[in-house]
Design a protein around this ligand. Structure first.
Ligand SMILES: C[S@@+](CC[C@H](N)C(=O)[O-])C[C@H]1O[C@@H](n2cnc3c(N)ncnc32)[C@H](O)[C@@H]1O
Ligand SMILES: [Zn+2]
Length: 391
């Protein structure tokens, strides 16, 4: 750490020493990685752990943070959940500079290492294999998470939560389809809802590793934000639940002619609305992205929490609304700009108005956190076009 210029930042309840970014540029080349934009990611993590403890009956978390960088996530979790909610917190990074900084940050926040809190310097997989079982594991690498999923699943308890972040959105959202096929064993699709598609592709990959170990990984909070996708999955060591997961790996078909979409097991489909050959993405997870009760609790707690900024509170309000409706609305959404473009509608109507109109007609409809101009609904495309035209 000698020679590393540092700043002290306040994030949540923590004071954290972080390296000064050269020229203000956040990159993996920083001596130790810290991205202030990811504060909302860490806010959401702490809110989720607090809500999940109550919802899933976790008395005390056994937490693994195998790629801890500055340690900000672990320190915040300990300070904000409270020591009493945590049985064990293990932080790790393979970088010596990171480990030195994690230790400094623990001291800065008056957290002693010992039985409860410990820091390791190891390769993440080795660290996971050597530290027992956990009820929460946070996989937060640079880019692709696939290399860590097998060990994470092995070390995850029944009813435990696995968090997975992927920042290689060029593969997941379809600008590098070959990379997606190679790394995620799936085909992406570049369209108005490409980020939801990418998120579902990433969820399936994590689930495949779960299935290898007869652990069903059920998404309880999954989202796309800024430059990344992230999912929290609850582990059920149950072969019946595994079969249930497999039955929800399907393909998503999309018509670029009229914006129609359809879920189907496989094969090529012709659009039932305009007759054009549909494009397809997947296989991907077509089940729920959220546990609606959990998402609601998180949104409510966020509002009471002074550390959570207004943008994140607004984001969690949308995810709670989306979670409430997703069971009826299904997979993907209609991008209103695409509907207007394909169907020659001059004035793009407001999202809330399209939702209101569809609900008036008796359809389920909700916003999506993936886009401010997206509408999730069970209405067929022609009804969405009619709603947009009428406004
Ligand atoms: C994106 S950063 C983690 C950020 C951190 N979780 C946070 O919230 O600020 C990724 C970190 O993982 C570490 N890392 C990458 N690959 C690793 C591996 N195979 N084993 C251990 N650490 C690794 C890097 O040194 C870096 O500190
Ligand atoms: Zn069509």
């Amino acid at each position: 750490m000698k020679g590393m210029n540092q700043d002290i930042v306040v994030e949540g309840k923590a004071r954290i020493a972080v390296p000064k970014a050269a020229g203000g540029k956040i990159s993996s080349a920083m001596p130790v990685f810290y991205n202030p934009v990811m504060k909302s990611n860490r806010d959401i993590t702490v809110l989720l752990l607090a809500a999940a403890a109550k919802a899933y009956g976790v008395e005390k978390w056994r937490i693994a943070d195998p790629m801890a960088a500055t340690g900000v996530r672990g320190v915040r979790t300990l300070l904000e959940l409270g020591r009493g909610s945590i049985e064990v917190l293990r932080m790790n990074d393979y970088s010596a500079a990171a480990v030195a900084l994690i230790k400094k940050n623990l001291r800065l926040n008056k957290i002693k290492t010992g039985k409860k809190v410990a820091v390791g310097q190891n390769e993440a997989n080795k660290f996971l294999l050597n530290n027992g079982m956990f009820s929460y594991i946070d996989i937060d690498p640079f880019g692709y998470p696939g290399a860590f999923l097998d060990t994470a699943v092995r070390r995850l308890r029944h009813n435990g939560v696995l968090a997975v972040t992927a920042t290689d959105t060029s593969a997941l959202a379809g600008s590098s389809p070959t990379a997606c096929r190679r790394k995620y064993l799936s085909v992406p699709l570049r369209n108005g809802f490409m980020h939801e598609t990418g998120l579902r592709i990433m969820v399936r990959l994590a689930q495949l590793f779960g299935l290898v170990h007869e652990k069903a990984l059920i998404p309880v909070f999954s989202y796309y934000k800024e430059h990344y996708v992230r999912t929290f999955l609850v582990c059920k060591a149950s072969t019946a639940r595994c079969s249930d997961v497999i039955s929800q790996h399907e393909e998503l078909h999309y018509c670029s002619g009229c914006c129609n979409k359809k879920i189907s097991e496989n094969g090529k489909l012709m659009c039932g609305s305009c007759g054009k050959q549909m494009e397809k993405a997947g296989p991907l997870w077509v089940g729920r992205l959220f546990d609606a009760n959990l998402a609601k609790k998180m949104a409510i707690e966020a509002v009471k929490n002074n550390y959570v900024d207004e943008k994140t509170k607004a984001f969690l309000k949308v995810t709670a609304e989306e979670a409430k409706w997703e069971g009826k609305c299904g997979v993907g959404f209609y991008a209103i700009e695409d509907i207007c473009g394909r169907h020659k509608i001059g004035q793009q109507p407001r999202t809330a108005e399209v939702i209101r109109k569809l609900r008036q007609k008796g359809y389920a409809a909700s916003p999506t956190h993936c886009s401010t101009t997206g509408v999730k609904t069970n209405a067929p495309v022609k009804e969405v076009v009619a709603a947009a035209k009428s406004l």
